[in-house]
Design a protein around this ligand. Sequence first.
Ligand code: NAP
Length: 247
Amino acid sequence: MTDNTRKVCFMTGASGRLGREIAVGLARKGFDMYFTWRSNRQAAEQTLDTIRTYSPASGMIECDISDTAQIRHAFRSFSERFDRLDLLVASASNFFATPLGSVTEEAWDSLVDTNLKGTFFTLQEAANLMSRQPFISRIITMTDISAGMIWKNFAPYTASKAAVQHLTRVFAKTYAPGILVNSIAPGTITINPQWNNAEELEEELTSRIPLKQLGGTEDIMGTVDFLVENNYITGQVINVDGGRTLT
Ligand SMILES: NC(=O)c1ccc[n+]([C@@H]2O[C@H](COP(=O)([O-])OP(=O)(O)OC[C@H]3O[C@@H](n4cnc5c(N)ncnc54)[C@H](OP(=O)(O)O)[C@@H]3O)[C@@H](O)[C@H]2O)c1
């Protein structure tokens, strides 16, 4: 059993480009971390190695959040190991282009089953645990500014993120005052270096951002820190986008 005075965070998607920085940042801040990985075991193990330098009690579990049975199993394993849940960061997400007019059912299912269904059942499991605790806990969903934009090549992705912003408000109202539920909507923070037009894309996107630069992972971590410490914000979506949504 663990030291039950330390705060504990359950996180999905902690091996992602942004997710990893959030997980390590939270461990550095004093959280014990329990996180899920799906396909990239090596990235997850590297994340865990780094996290354990701050929090030896931290652990990880394989879990495809598009399968609700696996989510339930992950939370059961979590509860056998930890006896409190202070924070859920729901970051796991699929992202790929699906030009309107040729979206396949398979692509729709892959995006929506992970980003919307998986996030919903993750929040439900966490809220069921948190609502039995005699202290304030928090949920942060990771969405995207594109939830409010018209991106014709990404409709299933953007719709799933818009739906998660809605769920954020539903959970916030339902579980107040015990659980504070908010969403962080990043603009462009990382560009996948494997995309063959990565450099061009970075230039083009930067020109559309009023603050004239892509965001840094520290900008997202700063927002996570803010929400973890704040006691009077719930049901909000915080755009961290250099002003991109103003254009
Ligand atoms: N990075 C950005 O610039 C940016 C911009 C806007 C919004 N966001 C949002 O911020 C969050 C974090 O982004 P990121 O850069 O860390 O994303 P990322 O690099 O694409 O990583 C995605 C993460 O989600 C996990 N995942 C995907 N499908 C899953 C499934 N079915 N079950 C369980 N895990 C699954 C992946 O695990 P495996 O690798 O193990 O499969 C990985 O850890 C995401 O919600 C994203 O939509 C990011």
